[in-house]
Design a binder for this molecule. Structure first.
Ligand code: ZN
Length: 132
């Protein structure tokens, strides 16, 4: 089972008998990943911009099938962009929580969300109990 998001080879906090990490430790651990993913999203959004231009229905030069292809491709590109926008907002929110010292703490109960969960997705705002 591979863990997406973070490079391997990190020492689990629990193996060192540590309690909850401090805000500074959390920021140190996750901020670079959030920033990197944010940069990726921005780049991907820019590169796909050309695909999101309105489909021009040109009866002369484009056949029916290729028009459908173009519209289908456009719908897909739009769906991808919607997902990307949502992810971008989640990342921005996570970065904002870091500045407020709230990153890593459950929105609902205030408990630590857990490094295992944050490793999978640093934008999570709820602990396992509250997310269910
Ligand atoms: Zn909770």
């Amino acid at each position: 089972m591979s863990q997406p998001g973070l490079p391997s080879g990190r020492t689990p906090w629990c193996s060192m008998g540590m309690s909850d990490p401090t805000d500074a430790e959390l920021v140190h651990r996750y901020r670079p990943h959030l920033l990197a993913e944010q940069a990726e999203l921005t780049k991907a959004g820019r590169e796909s911009g050309i695909d999101r231009k309105p489909v021009v229905l040109d009866q002369q030069s484009v056949g029916r099938l290729s028009r459908m292809d173009a519209m289908q491709g456009q719908a897909m590109a739009k769906a991808v962009q919607v997902r990307r926008d949502g992810r971008g907002r989640a990342i921005e929110a996570a970065l904002a929580r870091m500045q407020d010292g709230e990153f890593g703490w459950c929105d609902s109960c205030g408990d630590f969300i857990g490094l295992g969960r944050l490793d999978l997705d640093p934008t999570l705002v709820r602990c396992r109990d509250c997310a269910g």
